[in-house]
Design a binder for this molecule. Sequence first.
Ligand SMILES: [Zn+2]
Length: 549
Amino acid sequence: MRETVYTGCRVFTGNAAAPWGQSVSVLGGRIRAVGSAGDAGTASSPDADVVDLGGRLVVPGFVDAHNHYLATAEALTSVDLRYPGVGSIDDLVDAIAKRAGETPTDCWIRGFGMDYAKYPDARPTRWDLDRATADHPVIAYHVSGHYALVNSAALAQRGIDENAASPPGGEFVRDGDGRLTGLCLDAATNLILPVAVDVGSHGPNFHTEADLADLIGQLDQGGRAYQAAGLTTVCDPQVTSRELRAYREALAAGVLHVRVTCMPLSHGIPDFRAVGLAGPFGSDALRIGGMKFYADGSLIGGTAAFNEPYGEHGEFRGSLYWPPGELSSLVREGHEAGWQIGIHAQGDRAIQMSLDAIGGALGTHPRDDARPRIEHAGYPTPDQIRQMRDLGVITINQPSYLYDSGDEFIVRLGDRAHRLQPIRAELDDGVRVVLSSDAFVASYRPLDTIVAAVERRTMAGTPIGADQALTAAEAILAHTIEAARAVRMDDLVGSIEPGKLADFVVLDGDPFAADRGGLRAVGVHRTVQGGRTVWPAEAAGAPPAARTA
Ligand SMILES: [Zn+2]
């Protein structure tokens, strides 16, 4: 076992007790020591390999506490419907038609990232998709992941006709004449997709049937993209048997390139209880973590549950997956079984339900260091922020939403848009905050997320809650050690400290010195995971730059 010493660098360790170093020594896949300037003492053996990093900045490997890894990997190989590439109904039709021309008849065509709020024309319907193809069932996922638009062939294949009733927790949208438009909201997506798993009304169902070999190939490709972006650990916040099986098989095949923590969806509670299993359980490569619950829908889609209606015409009040009492008993059941709790909640109405559920569970079954999470935590009121602090709730924020959709939020929410993800107020009140991507919904690149948290600007350049901006250091901590804490892996990853797994990223550029604009240019020079350079590929296979005598 050979030691490697990385030198000629500044190391932002993420360790509050010793925040800066100037060299890192790695042995056996772990950090052996963090040294100061020119510190030959960091090498324990005379034949250690020495890698000079040319004065660059080293930060801990990024941890994404809310990243739908498998879905993102699938999206990377599906039709890309993201804005601005697809900015109108005609663009949407063209993108689907192009793929239809390359796809055997009757095979499903899937697209990800459709963001019709940005189109100049009306909302797309199934009749638009029918123009693209009548020979393939088509499903175009909304960027939020909570909705899907399908064509007439898809409705026919799933046996959904004009008499279909909307299910609890979802809706088949109809036009003025009562006809299905093809737009399926929340739980209605479960009926439209050939799904691999029945999740009931526990969450949106994007767990579609797919060939396992294809999924493993997509995880392989997606994991390499993650490593290139500096991601070394992700937490998939909605796992069913479909995802866990794909991750297990990818691990066995040697192509699960990043560390994965799985949060099973709440429909699985009885099955896990039957075998006595609760997280954290597993290895540093693949483990089961917390349990995921849903309170409301999506901010981008208009189903986030607010106390005061929102929308240009006050048309949205949001929808709930559960009546409040049912969410509380479900969360209590999960907590009592030993699970860390993570609840999706965007609007203040849903956040209050979630806090009541968490408070109720901890009240009847007190547990130290429970680390309950609220996923997204879009619009907590000042009083709710204090409740979060008192309950030890961690907020899992996605500031890239503010960049991607902030312009729509300002139209829909007015002044309230500037209080979305009030991360500064949460920090000031003593709440632990985490930054994450929610990929596939937003960019999986941690540096994009960090820029969004520091800049607090929309895609059009309008400030959105500028007083809630983080410093670069705060943002990096929230995407490394704080994220590791939220996934209960802070004993293993998230900071550069002796004994931890040697996961770190060498940056090109300095986010601490960069001005606005310059920050966006900071890139990843090298990613080291478990002591091995995993990106770029050339460096991964190349001999070390120099060696001591
Ligand atoms: Zn998500």
